[in-house]
Design a protein around this ligand. Structure first.
Ligand code: ZN
Length: 153
């Protein structure tokens, strides 16, 4: 494993052990439950959207899941809180695109920025849904699509 890969693993471990924005907040405007039955991950996402300004005021979550699902939700909450709806949707698409890129293809660091710490999940196709769960849930909130997301296929 390269130094860089082990650094990325450190970041993921840190987020899974000390998740940011974890716990049900006192208030929110949107709640959604995300489930990944293949792994048993269940995440409740609490989002406060400023509809007028089209900005995400805050993202919190709780629930239980494997370390990848928790780390990814924590990372997402930290990175997308405060972003505009459009900007957040762009990052979400970028994340999906990244984890769908074959593992044999190198990732462009400039394109993916900090997301790249999760690039390693591509080596474990069964864990990709763990990594994308929170992102699917937030996408659904931002698109006004419903109260539950279940990752299947
Ligand atoms: Zn999982």
């Amino acid at each position: 494993m390269s130094d860089l890969q082990s650094l990325y693993q450190e970041v993921i471990l840190d987020h899974s052990r000390n998740p940011r924005h974890f716990g049900k907040p006192q208030q929110w405007t949107h709640h959604i439950r995300g489930q990944n039955p293949l792994c048993g991950d269940e995440i409740d996402l609490y989002v406060t959207l400023d509809e007028e300004k089209q900005v995400i005021r805050s993202i919190h979550f709780d629930g239980q899941g494997c370390s990848i699902s928790i780390a990814s939700a924590s990372f997402m909450a930290e990175h997308l809180s405060g972003k505009s709806r459009t900007e957040a949707l762009t990052w979400i698409q970028r994340f999906f695109q990244m984890v769908k890129t074959p593992f044999t293809e190198p990732l462009n660091e400039e394109e993916y920025g900090d997301l790249i710490v999760f690039g390693g999940v591509r080596a474990f196709p069964s864990r990709v849904k763990c990594a994308t769960l929170a992102w699917h849930a937030l996408e659904s909130v931002l698109k006004g699509e419903g109260k539950e997301v279940i990752t299947t296929e």
